[in-house]
Design a protein around this ligand. Structure first.
Ligand code: 0GY
Length: 293
């Protein structure tokens, strides 16, 4: 049965602009999702939101329109630990997509191998309370110990306020860690605020921690063109050019203020990575190293 989307759900932009910024050949959109389509891929009973359908065909059309070569498809919480829609999209894309899964302790080794064959190269540990029920850290640690054998990494999503409490856990994880959206800084506080400085220091202290410099539309207090987020992302790119990733976050779950134009988001990239060398690392070298080797 088709599941109707939440009444306040904002649907992805129907006709994004062609970006003015020309992406380098081989650029990777390293953070995006698929939603369903349901009923083929139903949303999970435990989900905290019901989105619109946003399937692989739309995603691939957007990839081509914006000028990306590849996608990294991150399992969205509306699908819980049912990774079928994400894996189906990865398989359909052939070598042009990789995936990040959500798994629980019930996952079998055979299922992990099947995911790897579909293109999965990481798991996501989500600590954002509005998106998921809490998972004990020892459960995450048990999963980490299993996926490390496949050469996978761990994507972590948390709110800035939770970083301090999470540091010992993050520092104990046995593989590469990728932090979603710079740990969601409060951009109204400025880059010199201790919270953001702590985040930079943690990256400085742990060479296995990467950051996605993503989601200006989510972090901005001002709205488009997201100038208030530029100093944060630019600082992370400047300090850690070999450990940053960029993605559209299409189809932009849970945006309430507005729906971004994905082409305008691409035009934001040269503001945070001002040289061709930084752009190449951010968009090609780094994601290729993490997902395609
Ligand atoms: C994002 C952000 C969000 C949602 C999810 O999996 C998800 O449901 O990631 C959010 O609501 O902040 O990265 O897409």
């Amino acid at each position: 049965m088709t599941q109707p989307m939440d009444p306040d759900w904002l649907v992805f932009h129907p006709a994004p602009k062609k970006p003015d910024f020309q992406l380098p050949p081989g650029a990777v959109d390293a953070h995006c999702h698929v939603f369903g389509p349901s009923p083929e891929f139903p949303f999970a009973p435990e989900r905290k939101y019901t989105p619109c359908n946003a399937g692989k065909d739309h995603l691939f059309a957007l990839r081509d329109h914006l000028g990306f070569a590849r996608n990294v498809i991150v399992q969205a919480t509306c699908h819980g630990r049912d990774n079928r829609a994400m894996m189906d999209a990865c398989r359909a894309a052939g070598d042009l997509a990789r995936g990040v899964a959500s798994v629980g302790t019930e996952v079998t080794d055979a299922e992990l191998v099947e995911m790897h064959e579909a293109g999965v190269r990481g798991v996501r540990f989500n600590f954002v309370k509005r998106l998921v029920d809490a998972t004990p850290k020892q459960v995450f640690m048990g999963i980490a110990e299993r996926i490390v054998k496949l050469g996978w990494h761990i994507v972590v999503y948390f709110e800035a306020a939770d970083l301090e409490e999470l540091v010992p856990f993050l520092e104990s994880l046995p593989t590469t860690i990728v932090v979603d959206h710079m740990g969601r800084p409060d951009v109204t506080k400025g880059t010199s605020h201790p919270d953001f400085q702590r985040f930079l220091q943690i990256m400085q202290d742990n060479s296995n921690i990467w950051s996605k410099v993503t989601c200006p539309e989510r972090l901005s207090a001002e709205g488009p063109p997201y100038a208030d987020v530029v100093p944060f992302a630019a600082e992370v790119v400047r300090h850690f050019p070999d450990r940053v990733l960029w993605g559209t976050d299409w189809p932009h779950p849970n945006m309430k203020s507005h729906m971004p134009d994905d082409g305008a988001l691409v035009d934001w990239i040269p503001l945070i990575a001002p040289t061709p060398e930084l752009q190449h690392k951010l968009l090609v070298e780094n994601p290729m190293r993490l997902y395609w080797t």
